[in-house]
Design a protein around this ligand. Structure first.
Ligand SMILES: Nc1nc2c(ncn2[C@@H]2O[C@H](COP(=O)(O)OP(=O)(O)O)[C@@H](O)[C@H]2O)c(=O)[nH]1
Ligand SMILES: [Mg+2]
Ligand SMILES: [Zn+2]
Length: 219
């Protein structure tokens, strides 16, 4: 019985995902689903992305949290349209929630929608939310065994940002292990070592991201 209920939820999510994808395509909005553990640096990376992309693209953000609006306030202070989604205790975002939130934005005026998912390396990977690209943020202090332990998150993402790279000297973290584990389960994954604190590596990552956006909407 349990298994049947879960399947139905996922099928319903898939229908909503397809509807969202069609809507975003019609409005030419490129959508990013940013995932990773609590504290990996998702919000910090998003603020760096906004800083370096905001002159070229009109950006909007959806911040998902179980409670509070701390991250949304940070984005709002940058002058970027943001809506806070409270998942009511749920540990991932479902496509239906994004469908309900979308009317809060004028999609005609948005080029890039960044969605910060709930901090969690597990179930967010199972729910597509209308995104074009999935970015998983793994930070150095979390350890280099996480790709092996949470393969679905890494096998379903187009991009892996290895964040807090400035902390590498303090941790027994083998970047090569993470990169080879990720490539083994997902040969096409794009991997970027980044520091969202001092900005190292952000340019390379943003350059790739912009090429993906332009590939979809400018060619
Ligand atoms: N040293 C270092 N700290 C970082 C980096 N990125 C984020 N942090 C810090 O990590 C903590 C969590 O960051 P936050 O962006 O809120 O993570 P989130 O929970 O994934 O959104 C904050 O104290 C950030 O200042 C980084 O690249 N290097
Ligand atoms: Mg955050
Ligand atoms: Zn969940």
């Amino acid at each position: 019985m349990e298994i049947k209920i879960v399947r139905q939820v996922l099928e319903w999510n898939e229908d909503c995902n397809e509807e969202l994808k069609a809507l975003f395509k019609k409005k030419k909005v490129f959508v990013l689903n940013v995932m990773g553990s609590p504290g990996a640096g998702k919000t910090s990376l998003i603020t760096k992305m906004i800083e370096s992309m905001k002159d070229k693209y009109s950006i909007a953000v959806i911040e998902a949290d179980i409670e509070g609006k701390i991250d949304a306030e940070k984005i709002n202070s940058m002058g970027i349209p943001v809506v806070q989604l409270h998942t009511g205790g749920a540990c991932h975002i479902e496509a239906m929630s994004i469908k309900n939130i979308v009317p809060e934005f004028d999609l005609n005026k948005i080029d890039v929608m960044i969605i910060e998912n709930i901090g969690n390396l597990v179930c967010p990977a199972e729910f597509k939310i209308g995104e074009d690209i999935r970015i998983v943020v793994l930070s150095v202090p979390e350890g280099d065994d996480k790709v092996e332990k949470y393969p679905l998150m890494f096998s379903t993402s187009e991009c892996l940002v290895v964040n807090k790279y400035d902390m590498l000297k303090y941790f027994d973290f083998k970047y090569d292990r993470v990169a080879s584990d990720a490539k083994e389960i997902n040969p096409k994954i794009n991997i970027f070592p980044v520091s969202s604190s001092n900005g190292d590596g952000v340019d390379e990552f943003v350059k790739w991201l912009e090429s993906e956006i332009d590939k979809k909407y400018k060619s």
